[in-house]
Design a protein around this ligand. Structure first.
Ligand SMILES: [Zn+2]
Length: 267
């Protein structure tokens, strides 16, 4: 596929133990081969937290507390990947918690929140704050109870592409977050056109995450083939995933002559 991109001026017109949890029933068999999202730590860039797993824990959860001298209570809890957030409350167990549906059968959980930062049903970007760390529900102290599930089945947690160990107590393993670090993520491009929809996936019927009012400096983290788009005199089925907007736009609206962007990995 090829097309020539031009940019005429008129284009612009266009441990804390948390036992006894029973947050949600595990259900489906894990038979999917869907690739996992590129999960990052559920806490801010540069922070160092320690984590543990205890025998009474549900599924394959890990509990995180800060180990860099900062306060755990009240620390921002971040989406470890983009997706649709839902608020929940389970006073006898998970407390105030958020689930994020990442698509492809993948879900993450964030338990015991002190407060929510997004409304239920919000599409959140990776690194977006979804709540603050607390100790609501069945919890003996502030911590983030974090889980990754595939089709309702808890998976061994992978962060930044690496499987985390499951130590039985804190201060044996630590994780420094790269979530929301910015700067290095993605390749810079400019968009063109106006009213360009950023969608949750590379599909024309995927929910609109946000809209680019006009030409915008963006960072493209990866690209993939999706629905074929016919617009502005071009046809293209490649879509770019935008780091800061947390969704996809047709490559038609990326100001570059190639249908498939050079130097950008496939999602
Ligand atoms: Zn826990």
């Amino acid at each position: 596929m090829r097309f020539l991109r031009r940019l005429p001026a008129l284009a612009a017109a266009a441990l804390l133990a948390c036992t006894g949890l029973a947050a949600t029933p595990a259900a489906a068999q894990d038979t999917s081969a869907a690739a996992a999202p590129g999960f990052k730590a559920p806490f801010p860039c540069g922070q160092r937290w320690t984590y543990s797993h205890h025998s009474a824990e549900v599924r394959r959860a890990l509990d995180f507390v800060r180990s860099d001298g900062g306060a755990t209570a009240g620390a921002p809890v971040l989406a470890s990947a983009a997706g649709t957030a839902t608020r929940h409350s389970q006073p006898s167990g998970a407390g105030n918690y958020i689930s994020i549906d990442h698509g492809g059968g993948w879900t993450t959980y964030y338990f015991h929140l002190n407060a929510f930062s997004v409304p239920s049903g919000a599409f959140v970007a990776q690194g977006q704050q979804i709540g603050t760390t607390g100790s609501t529900g069945n919890s003996s102290g502030a911590h983030i109870h974090y889980e990754q599930l595939l089709n309702g089945v808890g998976q061994n947690i992978v962060i930044d592409g690496a499987a985390l160990p499951y130590p039985g107590s804190y201060h044996q393993a630590h994780l420094t977050s790269t979530n929301g670090c910015g700067g290095g993520g993605g390749t810079p491009f400019n968009t063109w056109g106006s009213g360009v929809n950023v969608r949750a996936d590379a599909r024309l019927n995927a929910p609109v995450v946000t809209t680019l009012a006009g030409p915008t400096a963006v960072r493209v983290v990866c690209q993939k083939q999706g629905d074929t788009v016919n617009a502005e005199g071009y046809t293209n089925n490649w879509w770019s995933k935008l780091r800061d907007q947390g969704g996809f736009i047709s490559n038609i609206y990326i100001a570059h002559p190639d249908a498939r962007l050079p130097g950008v990995p496939v999602c």
